[in-house]
Design a protein around this ligand. Structure first.
Ligand code: AHM
Ligand code: MG
Length: 343
């Protein structure tokens, strides 16, 4: 993968602006919305980096710990994303994994044409143990009348209608990876200057992956076809070579590693999660848009994730996502199971 060499530094602002010039009809609103998300990413990143310190510094009295610092990080991230996008006149409604209902822009504020769906802090079980976590976002265009209040109908859109999607990974460095349908581009936050710099232009994911990522403790809760798929990735079957296992338990981190190195992530349905565990609108659909733009695939076992029409805001879905040949192998076995079940 081409990396930008030391002599040329491309900030995310410059990159987004140059992308926008490819569309003479663009108004710049989407670009500005992406900058708003960058700001949210920097604020959340700063807090994540201090997560283990806030109590120590507060107890020592070295820092006047604000209410914000003591707030649970996932709630802080939830409000940070919403506040960063909601008051600019570019967005009409937001919906988050943390909120029960969509949140339209407050009365009296200008409502824009975009809808933002997000998982503010994915992998939040990993916060307290200093393991990578992330934020996932999905952007749609409003479909309801401009003059009314935006709401659920604007949020319940099929994945293939996404205008942009991406994620922020708070890992050994903070990265922002996004697509607007023109490839997938990754930026690394340089904390010394507070800028996201282009580090991974035009990411392509290998067609066959090195890794399989699944919570194998669910083995006894899976159907035989799911077990067969996982066994094939573990031991090999036909043309499928055995893979190495990697599972962090933070979807963004598992997805990102597989995107760069090649791999397949699975969170199938199980007896304790009959519809799967992950959320269609906040997790599966945005990552499916990203992976498809990088040459990979995402499926629920029967259909491409981007074709699944949501019926409810917090709908869950089985998810199999990553390198295209590996996903195709899994989908062949899982869709045959669904066909038998439907008879
Ligand atoms: P969250 O969005 O509430 O943090 O939950 C989703 C997380 C994903 O990041 C991860 O892939 C999955 O849950 C891990 O689940 P499990 O612990 O069952 O393997
Ligand atoms: Mg999540």
């Amino acid at each position: 993968m081409g990396r930008v060499n030391g002599s040329e530094v491309i900030t995310i602002e410059r990159f987004i602006m140059e992308q926008e010039r490819l569309y003479p009809e663009a108004t710049g609103e989407l670009s500005n919305l992406l900058y708003d998300l960058c700001l949210a990413a920097k604020i959340i990143s700063r807090h994540v980096r201090r997560a283990g310190l806030s109590d120590i510094l507060g107890a020592a009295g070295a820092v006047n710990v604000s209410g914000d610092l003591q707030q649970k990080l996932d709630l802080f991230a939830n409000e940070t994303v919403r506040n960063s996008v909601q008051h600019t006149g570019r967005v009409c409604v937001t919906a988050s994994e943390e909120d029960p209902e969509p949140v339209p822009v407050p009365p009296g504020k200008a409502a824009g044409k975009y809808v933002v769906l997000y998982d503010p802090l994915d992998g939040s079980m990993n916060i307290d143990v200093n393991v990578s976590i992330g934020t996932i976002f999905s952007i749609h265009k409003r479909v309801t009348r401009k003059n009314g209040t935006a709401g659920l109908a604007d949020c319940l859109q099929v994945g293939k209608k996404q205008i942009a999607a991406g994620y922020i990974l708070y890992g050994s460095s903070t990265m922002l990876v996004y697509t607007t349908g023109q490839g997938v581009h990754g930026f690394t936050l340089d904390p010394t200057i507070g800028e996201f710099l282009l580090s991974h232009p035009d990411i392509r994911t290998p067609p066959v992956g090195r890794y399989y990522s699944v919570n194998e403790s669910n083995w006894n809760r899976w159907t035989p076809p799911v077990q067969r798929v996982v066994a094939a990735f573990k031991n090999g079957e036909g043309k499928v070579q055995p893979k190495n296992a990697r599972y962090i338990g933070s979807l963004v981190a598992d997805f990102h590693r597989n995107l760069i190195s090649g791999g397949i992530f699975l969170y199938p349905a199980a007896t304790n999660y009959p519809q799967g565990k992950l959320r269609l609108l906040y997790e599966a659909a945005p990552l499916a848009f990203v992976v498809e733009q990088a040459g990979g695939r995402g499926t629920d076992g029967c259909r491409p994730i981007l074709d699944v029409v949501p019926e409810s805001l917090h709908q869950k879905t089985p998810l199999v996502i990553g390198s295209k040949d590996d996903v195709a192998f899994a989908a062949r076995i899982l869709s045959a199971e669904a066909a038998v079940g439907a008879k």
